[in-house]
Write a protein that binds this ligand. Sequence first.
Ligand code: AMP
Length: 147
Amino acid sequence: MKPTEKVSALLGAKGAEVFSIHPTATVFEAIARMAEKGVGALLVLDEGRLAGIVSERDYTRKVILMGRSSKEERVEEIMTANVVTCAPDETVEEAMRIMTENRIRHLPVVENGRVAGVVSIGDLVKWTISAQEETIAHLTSYIAGSY
Ligand code: AMP
């Protein structure tokens, strides 16, 4: 595990399952699905096409704060349609940079126009910590002369 490894390696380790919802579903249905799957965002798919992304932050800011009703509002009304994505051959480091620059915590991985998975900031942090632990273990045994 290294930060210079590709996002495809991370997806291989964590799985490529994608949790999604239809644009015309209600916001309530989206939040219920996020809770059921234990995630903070869903891809919005319309007949397989990536139409947007909706996260808990959209719900808190565009529904609760605005005094709107989650059972009446549709996902398409609060989702972000302009989705930032990355390719599977981009590095974990690069994916982290894209997320930080765009202030987002979820990044769909797209290959040949098809969604190949989603990585979250949590996945990237976990990967980076494991990479650092591996480096420390190597250096420790090197210093101790057990190489
Ligand atoms: P998040 O940090 O993922 O909870 O999302 C914060 C805001 O960015 C919300 O308005 C999301 O709809 C939006 N967002 C999250 N991920 C992406 C993404 N990959 N591309 C574009 N917008 C995103």
